[in-house]
Design a protein around this ligand. Structure first.
Ligand SMILES: CC(C)(COP(=O)(O)OP(=O)(O)OC[C@H]1O[C@@H](n2cnc3c(N)ncnc32)[C@H](O)[C@@H]1OP(=O)(O)O)[C@@H](O)C(=O)NCCC(=O)NCCS
Length: 352
């Protein structure tokens, strides 16, 4: 039986994550079992957030494969966009003794059917380029690769070394300023200008995806007040156009800092000063490693990060599965086309 997870499933869920993903998450500095335990602590809040549209509505949307009360596998698909037409398969895992019996395929088919009925037309996922069994599974269930993302880490000693190099006060590029709520339109433009069409077609991002959501703002404020982490967002504006966006999640907890950078293709020279600013900014926080990522088309970003000591930790393929479009051809009307007059002779006309 495949069903939505309940509070009583938490022990089994933690066990599956521990067995299947502990190494993968640890590579990125995340203790996944601890993270699930935190979800468990706020379970009543999760249930409330699941009731109405908000960015956290499906953050813990787990379905389990339950065989006579024994949880053998799970799948976690949150919505990827605010219109909820594209869903992301976040985690699929089967306990080792039950692998190779079609369980993962059943879970995926269940999710496709369940969400297709709710009007969902696209699924995405991310899979380690070295995970051969998962890649086979996803290809078999209709996914295809549309790009690849590389994850990089700058370890904390390298980060401290970079700090010494950063000038004090650090020089910022012309037009550098904190992000404002009214930047959404410009950020959407920057995303479109700097992202190739194969990625944009899958992402289907809309202006609404670039607007701040009140609940996210509240969550960020609370995390800052509790001294968990501080989230900052800056942009570079040139000639009334945003050409770079940089977000930093700086941690007080024992988690890696995170850097997100989006750059207009005409302004690659900004990578170096922005990275220098990031190093300088992180100097106020505990020494942690710093994570960054670059998509296949962001070669200049990868080069700039590697130049200051970032090392590649893993590469993931991003895959997409669209619903098959059923195209119903209109009934062919034999009288509508005079074959002898047509310069272009349609092949179906000959068949008639
Ligand atoms: C990847 C994983 C979910 C597959 O689960 P599973 O229940 O064994 O997969 P299924 O039995 O449903 O396999 C379906 C198809 O996937 C492919 N596949 C699955 N495991 C495979 C393996 N070890 N080698 C090659 N192909 C494999 C096969 O094509 C299979 O179809 P077939 O049996 O008709 O040839 C499971 O190995 C797992 O939990 N791995 C650890 C967690 C993980 O890596 N998750 C995916 C990343 S998000």
């Amino acid at each position: 039986m495949i069903r939505a997870a309940r509070y009583s499933d938490f022990a089994a869920i933690k066990h599956i994550f521990d067995v299947a993903f502990d190494d993968e998450y640890r590579q990125r500095g995340v203790d996944i079992v601890k993270r699930i335990s935190r979800w468990q602590q706020i379970y009543p809040l999760i249930r409330i957030l699941a009731l109405f549209p908000n960015p956290y509505q499906d953050a813990f949307n787990v379905h389990v494969f339950d065989e006579d009360g024994e949880i053998r596998a799970l799948i976690q698909p949150p919505a990827r966009n605010r219109e909820r037409t594209t869903w992301h398969i976040e985690n699929v895992a089967v306990l080792p003794t039950f692998r190779g019996q079609g369980v993962a395929k059943k879970l995926l088919d269940f999710i496709f059917d369940h969400y297709n009925n709710l009007g969902v037309n696209r699924f995405t996922l991310e899979v380690d380029t070295k995970n051969a069994s998962a890649l086979r599974l996803y290809e078999k269930t209709g996914f295809r690769r549309y790009t690849t993302v590389n994850y990089y880490r700058l370890n904390s000693s390298k980060l401290t070394g970079q700090l010494k190099l950063a000038t004090d006060p650090v020089e910022v590029p012309e037009g550098f300023r904190p992000h404002k709520a009214s930047d959404a339109v410009q950020l959407f433009e920057l995303y479109k200008d700097s992202t190739p069409s194969n990625v944009r077609m899958v992402d289907e991002r809309k202006l609404s995806d670039f607007k701040d959501h009140a609940l996210e703002e509240v969550s960020s404020y609370i995390k800052e007040q509790l001294k968990y982490c501080q989230e900052n967002h800056w942009v570079v504006e040139r000639d009334a156009k945003i050409v770079a966006s940089m977000e930093i999640v700086a941690q007080h907890r024992k988690l890696p800092h995170v850097l997100r950078l989006q750059m207009h293709p005409g302004y690659h020279d900004l990578y170096e000063p922005l990275l220098r600013f990031a190093m300088h900014h992180l100097g106020q926080f505990p020494a942690r490693s710093l994570l960054g990522a670059s998509l296949e088309h962001q070669g200049a970003k990868a080069e700039a990060m590697q130049a200051i000591g970032f090392k590649l930790i893993t590469s993931d393929h991003l895959m997409v599965r669209d619903n098959l479009q059923v195209i119903t051809l209109a009934q062919f009307d034999n009288t509508a086309i005079k074959v002898e007059d047509a310069v272009f002779k349609p092949i179906f006309a000959e068949r008639n």
